[in-house]
Design a protein around this ligand. Structure first.
Ligand SMILES: CCCCCCCCCCCCCCCCCCCC(=O)SCCNC(=O)CCNC(=O)[C@H](O)C(C)(C)COP(=O)(O)OP(=O)(O)OC[C@H]1O[C@@H](n2cnc3c(N)ncnc32)[C@H](O)[C@@H]1OP(=O)(O)O
Ligand SMILES: NC(=O)C1=CN([C@@H]2O[C@H](COP(=O)(O)OP(=O)(O)OC[C@H]3O[C@@H](n4cnc5c(N)ncnc54)[C@H](OP(=O)(O)O)[C@@H]3O)[C@@H](O)[C@H]2O)C=CC1
Length: 591
């Protein structure tokens, strides 16, 4: 099961490389002299189907497609109704960026939950009386609206629940999609690391299989772009742009899990996922295999981004709308809650900005449709091999950014450190997380409020525990197809659909990323920065006062009351004194 299973044959356009992998370089020769449509020209008049459009990457994809390819005919979005909202309402909210950001206690004052469990009093965006709070922030679609105020007319929501048979698409919609779709972008997935295997399999694998069946019915389909992850094969250290053999035959697993009840599946999950850290990476690997098996005559591209972070340039620098991956860690550190985390300072932090991933995705869609490779082309969309940056450097720049642009109502002054040493990390968890949480909860109890800090830390520890696997080691991805795709673009397309990761200036990117979490995730106002700085000064004074009181307390309890402690103390002081006198005397002699 070690050797890549894909054999490439690119419709006569390319040759097989000696290592068995065909790369885009091989193809480019075959297209010389042809007049090829630019990316916007290609998408002009096309009908595009997108899954996962309401998600982080889906939104950026929809925005960019509408803005950079204004002649695109229509975007059909497969959306499910959710949280009492119809799919039409959800799509309309998405376009006005009205988004459910934070949840509140029934008393409307305390933030109850957040994805990484960092909720803390004063962490809120706006306060409402019970239930949920909807906030509006800088609009993602503002730039599209400027170019085309009627852009919403191009968006056609299609009701679909991907975990249902036939994706729960009505027969009329199936007919409609089969007749008109030219390009499919499949972004939907569950990206939770703790997803029960059955559900992850249902959404990430079976839904992909069903979407491929639907795609085969599409009479005018030119390209099917599947979004995978660079970590689908994280059990390997070196990852090529090939589809590796799956850990298990997907069909066999689907059939076996069908009859098992949830508790049995839960029990056997660790055995099944083997050397992968979670059900997410496991099912994404199976999905790639399904794409390969079901390919038939479809023209397929597989995009494998690494850790997708805030945008680099578009629609605005630092745009981000969630707590996933590093964003939650940055926020927790910026709020002064997270003080320690297990990560390897020298390991490469393979972050890639969302706009670069989307630019590559659109370019790959164009390339796939124009060149029609017979077998799926895989694009490892990573930064580490070309423009590496390390977790230690990320830590430094995140701390610097949050000191310059502090978050509101921080719990403590931001001062987080990463360490690869397990015991050291446990020590700091005790001293810097659990001890302050106990004191804070004690103060809350005294003032008649419900203790909450310990609960928050427990959830935070669970979340960072799931991320540590990725921050404690590094991988080597071959990203030749990404480079070669870039070489296929016209100079104009290279500017509009820029995914040249060499141009990333990491310190600047991290600063914008941190500001983005403040502005777009926490919806904090930049004009409040002076007040936030004042708050940090107050926290620093509290710490100085606390430390002074602690020293006085220790003196009173241990030194002043015990003869032995006093003797040790005098011994240490006289030793220091003798050392100083000796040092002064010897320096006088040398003069
Ligand atoms: C030390 C500081 C310096 C920093 C330097 C070092 C940094 C190291 C960082 C390392 C990061 C490494 C990251 C690597 C990741 C690579 C993986 C590959 C990339 C991918 O392919 S996928 C993307 C990654 N996926 C994720 O990140 C998902 C991880 N998250 C989870 O698995 C779960 O969320 C988690 C963490 C298990 C938490 O689960 P849980 O406690 O159940 O919390 P929920 O997610 O269910 O959410 C709780 C609660 O909040 C509500 N919610 C949801 N969204 C929002 C929102 N936007 N605002 C407010 N509230 C929200 C949610 O509905 C839940 O409410 P309930 O009422 O339903 O409880
Ligand atoms: N974010 C990252 O760091 C990385 C992501 N990826 C991949 O990129 C893709 C997009 O990720 P991202 O945007 O971050 O993920 P999000 O969680 O933000 O979005 C997931 C999308 O899938 C949709 N979806 C989930 N379940 C269903 C369902 N049952 N029926 C219909 N739609 C559903 C969601 O819709 P709804 O709004 O209804 O929940 C949402 O639109 C995924 O394939 C992921 O594996 C790869 C590497 C890194």
């Amino acid at each position: 099961m070690d050797e890549p299973s894909v054999e490439r044959d690119l419709d006569g356009l390319g040759e097989q490389a000696t290592d068995g992998h065909t790369r885009l370089t091989d193809i480019s020769g075959g297209t010389e002299g042809r007049s090829m449509a630019s990316i916007p020209e290609y998408y002009a008049g096309k009908n595009v189907l997108i899954t996962g459009a309401t998600g982080f990457m889906g939104k950026v994809l929809v925005e960019k497609l509408l803005r950079a390819c204004p002649e695109v005919r229509a975007l059909y979005l497969l959306v499910r109704p959710k949280a009492g909202q119809s799919m039409e309402q959800r799509v309309s909210d998405m376009m006005t960026c009205k988004q459910l950001l934070l949840y509140f206690d029934a008393d409307g004052l305390k933030l109850d939950t957040s994805p990484v469990g960092m909720g803390v009093q004063g962490f809120s965006v706006c306060r409402v009386s019970g239930g949920e709070a909807c906030v509006r922030h800088e609009l993602l679609f503002d730039r599209v609206r400027e170019v085309n105020p009627d852009f919403h007319l191009k968006i056609i929501p299609i009701s679909s629940e991907l975990t249902q048979p036939g994706l729960a698409i009505s027969p009329e919609d199936v007919e409609r999609l089969s007749a008109c779709i030219n390009v499919v972008f499949h972004c939907a997935a569950t990206i939770r690391f703790d997803e029960p295997l059955k559900h992850a399999l249902q959404l990430n694998v079976i839904a992909t299989q069903q979407l491929l069946s639907l795609a085969k019915q599409m009479q005018h389909l030119e390209a099917f772009v599947h979004i995978s992850t660079a970590y689908a094969n994280c059990n390997r250290k070196h990852i090529d742009e090939v589809i590796y053999p799956p850990p298990v035959e997907p069909k066999k697993l689907i059939d076996s899990l069908e009859w098992m009840d949830d508790s049995i599946v839960r029990d056997i999950t660790p055995r099944l996922i083997g050397d992968r850290p979670n059900t997410y990476t496991y099912t994404k690997a199976l999905a790639e295999c399904v794409v390969q098996q079901e390919q038939d005559k479809l023209n397929i591209a597989i995009i494998r981004p690494s850790i997708v972070g805030a945008s680099w340039q578009e629609p605005v620098p630092g745009w981000i709308d969630n707590f996933n991956g590093p964003s939650g860690v940055f926020i927790a550190a910026g709020k002064g809650i997270l003080r320690t985390m297990r990560a390897n300072n020298d390991a490469v932090a393979d972050l890639v900005p969302v706009d670069m991933v989307i630019n590559l995705t659109l370019a790959a869609g164009w390339y796939t449709a124009v060149h029609r490779p017979k077998s799926a082309l895989v694009y490892n969309c990573t930064t580490g091999g070309i423009n590496p940056f390390h977790w230690g450097q990320i830590e430094h720049h995140v701390m610097l950014s949050f000191k310059r642009n502090p978050l509101e109502q921080a719990f403590r002054r931001p001062n987080a450190n990463i360490t690869s040493n397990y015991l050291m990390n446990q020590y700091w968890i005790l001293v810097s997380h659990k001890f302050p949480a106990l004191i804070y909860d004690f103060v809350l109890r005294l003032s008649g409020q419900k203790p909450q800090m310990m609960r928050i830390f427990n959830r935070l520890h669970k979340a960072i525990g799931l991320l540590e696997y990725f921050s404690s080691q590094d991988w080597e991805w071959n990203s030749e197809n990404m480079s070669m795709l870039m070489s296929q673009l016209t100079p104009e397309d290279r500017r509009t659909f820029n995914f040249d990761v060499r141009q990333l200036n990491w310190p600047e990117y991290i600063e914008n990323y941190c500001i983005g979490t403040k502005k777009y995730v926490l919806n904090e106002d930049m004009s409040d920065i002076p007040a936030a700085r004042q708050h940090l000064r107050k926290l620093r004074n509290i710490r100085y006062t606390f430390n002074t009181l602690l020293v006085v307390f220790i003196w009173r309890v241990f030194i002043a009351r015990s003869q032995m402690a006093r003797n040790i103390w005098y011994f240490v002081v006289s030793l220091c004194f003798k050392f100083l006198s000796y040092f002064r005397a010897s320096s006088t002699i040398t003069k």
